[in-house]
Design a protein around this ligand. Structure first.
Ligand code: FDA
Length: 389
């Protein structure tokens, strides 16, 4: 079978690309259903983009690479598409847009757009062979126990990253990219809970508090959640993408609170009150109890010296914690790193050295923050490649 474009992966980026690439496009996926990550995303409501999309909210080897695609197909373009399909949505927090109904509406919309553009979708289909010759890419596909050979002028790598192998994530895009001489940068789990030695936070598992968390990058002011195995919650997931094995993170347990001024004022006004009682007004009581095992929180407010107040402010505002690891790809929302952007055109996502080869979505070394940024990258990069095809 001779076609124009073969897209590997019917996920967010692959479906978007198919909708733009038009007729004589075949999208294959080894899964039973397209867009499975879209379906489960955002607690089943899909956080499909963010009003605050900005280049500095993405990580990657080249901080400029993603600018072009994000500027040409913006969050407003996707919002317009969603609205045109009558899908109701709302802003939750921090610019994050979610469907009012189910995430499957987004999958249905993309599959509908791809089909309307003339693309075909083969599910439960695997790639078992791939050659490149003068006539294009010759792919051997296996579907329902039958082999089919397809020749395509364009091949789009859209099989995503390594996160959640249970959902069918594989390293296929990286493998093919390498075979065609493209570099693949080191891949790591991102947007992932951080783990600590056994039992470190077991006593306060389930406690959540607002916090400012910083790894080797920007500070994230969101919720922090203590778990049996370590730390989670949006503030930690965000910081995890900037964290490196062996290094420490800093946790500000009093974001927006001037603890020093508060304690100094109450030292005279409420001198008889216990320090830990006062802190339990600002933090969950179980957390204060846990902290008292690490920091001296005994005594009364009236007895606090300036030096002790300064030490408390430092301890609460810059709690240094050294994770032992992360939960890894098993639960990571994304994969950091991937196909090196040096080898790709930022305008079309085409490989510079292999005519007709494209890479889009999470497989590429571009990773967004938590909150709809990764889907926007999938839409923008998929659109850019589809337009060029
Ligand atoms: P994606 O993973 O969507 O698609 C890849 C496709 O390729 C899959 O359909 C897969 O089956 C297929 N495939 C893989 N290997 C194959 C092979 N060897 N042969 C054939 N097919 C193969 N982002 C966001 O912006 N907002 C959110 O709310 C969330 N929520 C969220 C929740 C959870 C639990 C996860 C794991 C992730 C998110 N994300 C997210 C991240 C988001 O899902 C992710 O960035 C995009 O789906 C990436 O789109 P891609 O199309 O690149 O990969």
């Amino acid at each position: 079978m001779q076609i124009e474009t073969l897209i590997l992966g019917a996920g967010a980026a692959g479906l978007m690309c198919a909708a733009e690439a038009g007729p004589r496009t075949l999208v294959i996926d080894h899964a039973r259903a397209p867009g499975e990550k879209i379906r489960i995303s955002g607690g089943g409501r899909c956080n499909f983009t963010n009003l605050g999309i900005a280049p500095e909210r993405f990580l990657g080897g080249n901080p400029h690479f993603h600018k072009s695609a994000l500027a040409r197909y913006t969050q407003w373009d996707f919002i317009e598409l969603v609205s045109r399909h009558g899908i109701a949505w709302h802003e939750k927090t921090l610019g994050q847009l979610f469907c009012d109904g189910k995430a499957t509406q987004i999958v249905e919309m993309l599959v509908g757009e791809a089909r309307a553009a003339g693309a075909e979708l083969w599910l439960q289909t695997s790639l078992t062979g791939l050659d490149h010759g003068p006539e294009g890419f010759r792919a051997t596909l296996e579907r329902e126990g039958r082999r089919k050979t397809v020749t395509a002028h364009n091949l789009v790598l859209a099989t995503g990253g390594k996160s959640i192998p249970k959902m069918g994530a594989t390293g296929l895009a990286y493998e093919i990219a390498r075979r065609f001489g493209l570099e693949v940068t080191e891949t790591r789990p991102g947007l992932v809970p951080l783990t600590f030695p056994e039992g470190r936070f077991a006593a306060i598992s389930g406690v959540a508090t607002p916090a400012g968390v910083t790894a080797d990058g920007p500070r994230f002011d969101e919720a922090l959640l203590f778990t049996h195995r370590g730390l989670s919650g949006p503030a930690v997931l965000q910081a995890s993408s900037y964290w490196r094995e062996g290094s420490a993170i800093s946790v500000d347990l009093m974001p927006g609170v001037d603890l020093g001024a508060d304690l100094r004022a109450k030292r005279t006004g409420d001198g008889k009150r216990g320090l830990s009682t006062e802190l339990a007004k600002l933090l969950p009581a179980r957390l204060v109890e846990h902290l008292s095992g690490e920091i001296d929180l005994g005594g009364r407010l009236g007895d606090l010296s300036d030096a002790r107040i300064d030490a408390l402010v430092a301890a609460m505002g810059d709690w240094e914690l050294r994770p032992s690891g992360s939960e890894g790809y098993r639960t990571a929302e994304v994969t950091l790193g991937g196909i090196d952007t040096d080898g790709l055109s930022s305008k079309t996502m085409a490989a510079k050295t292999v005519p007709g080869l494209y890479a889009i979505g999470e497989a590429v070394d571009v990773t967004g923050w938590l909150g709809g940024y990764n889907f926007q990258w999938a839409w923008s990069s998929g659109w850019a490649a589809g337009q060029a095809i």
